[in-house]
Design a protein around this ligand. Structure first.
Ligand SMILES: Nc1ncnc2c1ncn2[C@@H]1O[C@H](COP(=O)(O)OP(=O)(O)OP(=O)(O)O)[C@@H](O)[C@H]1O
Ligand SMILES: [Mg+2]
Length: 360
């Protein structure tokens, strides 16, 4: 009989979680508290340790340091099956010879849940992912999105205290990915299952999570709400990951409260400037102004900004996105609502509330 580990836990405490492979530190001290009912996304570039972290929580991979507790109970030494967590993998991992209904009921059968209750819970899980019509089919007879739903239903049918998902949408096409994203959100709202969701897609993390944990090189870089992360990344690395594609190097020319004017050398050696919000740095400091392409725009004639020459443009339906070079040779990515020609000179200004100024 399975331990009903922490069905009513309040907090999952991860403390100093470490995992080495030989000399390589895949996880280098992750500390994080997750509250019951929370949807937490682990976000970071390929190889930063997201799957390793998830597998350590699941018990599929032993840790080489640190502890995991549910409230006061240490669980990191328990076997996977005794933790009672639900897992959804990137590749669905459905049993090809079992029907949808049998796939979803698998975990319950393994746990010796009696027939009548098993049927009731399978029925409920099938309904939750809206697969009633397909319940008799084999995985091979389903679309990718339908298979993904079965995988989710299988994970939640055991009514786990924690659902762990590793890039569950990465095999789906763009439209299906959007649909399934909403579906996952809907199921979470309905079930309130605590969820840890791994992704390298910032949009997915922003739209799904209550809290985002940005990881890099096996460490936590920043933890915050989606809007914290979107608006105020703590450093340039996180900013880069959150879509601040432009990084313009210059010097602080003026500072009034949070508002910083950054000077760059412009056309013919003249000083030109952009404005942003101070993250750090003082007058005269070398800084990097980070800004998203949507927040760096072409100025009407005669208004100030930095000079650039258009090198490439891309049609984006609603306007254009362009690449250019500043007078001092820095690459800029900006948006413009009308077509611009390659080689055309433009003046660019940053949205002062949306551009962030970091120490260089
Ligand atoms: N079994 C292993 N043996 C050796 N190195 C490993 C092993 N598993 C993972 N690693 C290394 O640990 C690091 C983290 O891997 P992990 O799979 O956690 O990354 P990830 O963040 O999930 O990346 P992705 O987004 O590509 O899935 C990588 O550098 C990887 O090469
Ligand atoms: Mg991974």
């Amino acid at each position: 009989m399975m331990l009903q580990t922490g069905q009513n836990f309040r907090t999952l405490h991860i403390e100093g979680m470490a995992r080495t492979f030989g000399d390589f530190k895949a996880l280098n001290g992750i500390t994080l508290d997750i509250q019951r009912g929370e949807f937490v996304a682990l976000l970071g570039p390929s190889g930063c340790g997201k799957s390793t972290a998830l597998n350590c929580i699941a018990g599929l991979l032993p840790m080489t340091g640190g502890t995991i507790r549910l409230d006061d109970q240490r669980i990191d030494l328990l076997k996977t099956e005794d933790r009672g967590f639900g897992m959804v993998f990137q590749n669905y991992a459905l049993f090809p010879h079992m029907t949808v209904r049998d796939n979803i009921g698998f975990g319950l059968r393994m746990r010796g849940v009696p027939g009548a209750e098993l049927n009731r819970r399978v029925q409920a899980a099938v309904a939750l992912v809206r697969m009633q019509e397909q319940a008799h089919k084999l995985p091979g007879q389903l679309s990718g999105g339908q298979q993904q739903r079965v995988a989710i239903a299988r994970a939640i049918a055991i009514e786990p205290s924690l659902v762990l998902m590793d890039e569950p949408l990465s095999n789906l096409d763009a439209k299906l990915r959007l649909e399934m994203r909403q579906e996952i959100r809907r199921i979470h709202m309905q079930q309130h299952a605590t969820t840890v969701y791994v992704t390298h897609d910032q949009e997915e993390a922003l739209s799904l999570a209550d809290r985002i944990v940005v990881m890099r090189d096996g460490q936590v870089q920043q933890v915050g709400s989606p809007s914290d992360l979107y608006d105020l990344p703590v450093d340039l690395a996180v900013a880069d990951f959150m879509g601040f594609r432009n990084r313009l190097t210059g010097r602080v020319q003026m500072q009034q409260g949070q508002r910083v004017t950054v000077a760059v050398s412009g056309a013919g050696g003249a000083t030109e400037s952009l404005m942003g919000r101070a993250r750090h740095g003082g007058l005269g400091d070398r800084v990097v102004l980070a800004v998203r392409p949507d927040d760096l725009t072409v100025q009407p004639q005669g208004l100030p900004g930095i000079s650039a020459v258009v090198e490439m443009t891309e049609y984006r339906g609603r306007g254009f996105q362009a690449t250019g070079k500043t007078a001092d040779g820095q690459t800029v990515y900006f948006s413009v609502d009308h077509a611009v020609r390659i080689g055309e000179p433009v003046t660019l200004a940053s949205n002062p509330d949306r551009a962030l100024v970091y120490p260089a």
